[in-house]
Write a protein that binds this ligand. Structure first.
Ligand code: ADP
Ligand code: MG
Length: 251
């Protein structure tokens, strides 16, 4: 499923062309085109229900779209296949953390490494400890998710995703479920990933973060990309009334 896309370009991490997605009769994505360069940081924003989650879930194969093509690191996502290798190259962090409640933080970080990537237990633990230190919760490694604060749980979820050594990280409103005092500790981790050159696609309404790290803001409404601009342009002179209204509400 690469017709519609230009020849693979190794500088691109993610390419989507003409994506359309329906849930029964409801169209959630309308002809979405997106190209993300390696190392680029994209922030996606827009009203609730505009298709942000659906779009990023399509990019890592959690949802399939009925029309359009997606390529990740030059490889096409095949509809109806499980696309395991491609999906492992994209890490995903959700609003609701999604840690396994019956496993310790360390075990959350080693499980997929051992099962899916066939790393030895020792290697998986070493990698997990590296990334838990990176997100500053190494001292919580032996605890269960329920024993951590929301901010710590989300940092554990980020560490778990990083353990798969993904080329691209997708974030779907990673701070929306957090108390205000915990938002910064998660955003700080995301800023440091951006500074390290990670390719990132972040759905977030944290506009301070967006101004600081985004190369490009994508504004969605009713399943479409309505506006696309660097932050300094998007925030100071949004081109559409819909983006203007949205910014008036959140800023
Ligand atoms: P956003 O993340 O921008 O808030 P979503 O991508 O979650 O929006 O949803 C876009 C639209 O698609 C919404 O109207 C939502 O109700 C609908 N939708 C999302 N997931 C499903 C689903 N699994 N079944 C039916 N409708 C869905
Ligand atoms: Mg959403």
């Amino acid at each position: 499923m690469t017709e519609g896309l230009p020849p693979a370009d190794q500088n691109l991490a993610v390419e989507a062309s003409g994506l359309c997605k329906w849930f029964k009769k409801f169209q959630a994505l309308r002809d979405v085109d997106l190209q993300v360069r390696r190392g680029e940081r994209i922030v996606i924003c827009g009203p609730s229900g505009s298709g942000k989650s659906t779009l990023i879930r399509c990019l890592n194969g959690l949802e399939t779209c009925q029309q359009g093509q997606i390529r990740v690191n030059g490889r096409a996502l095949a509809p109806g296949k499980n696309n395991l290798e491609i999906r492992r190259s994209i890490g995903m962090v959700f609003q609701s953390f999604n840690l396994f409640p019956h496993l310790s933080v360390l075990q959350n970080c080693t499980l997929a490494q051992v099962r899916a990537q066939k790393r030895s237990k020792e290697e998986a633990v070493e990698i997990a400890r590296h990334y838990l230190a990176r997100v500053k919760i190494i001292d919580q490694a032996g605890k269960f998710p329920s024993q951590l604060s929301g901010g710590q749980q989300q940092r554990a979820a980020i560490a778990r995703a990083l353990c798969m050594k993904p080329g691209t990280m997708l974030f779907d409103e990673p701070t929306s479920a957090l108390d205000p005092e915990m938002i910064k500790e998660v955003l700080d981790v995301m800023v440091s990933l951006a500074e390290d050159g990670m390719t990132m696609i972040c759905v977030t309404h944290e506009m301070g973060f967006a101004r600081k790290v985004a190369d490009r803001i994508i504004f969605m409404d009713e399943g479409r990309i309505v506006e696309e601009a660097p932050p300094e342009i998007f925030f100071s002179s949004p081109q559409t009334r819909r983006a203007q209204l949205f910014l008036d509400q959140i800023l």
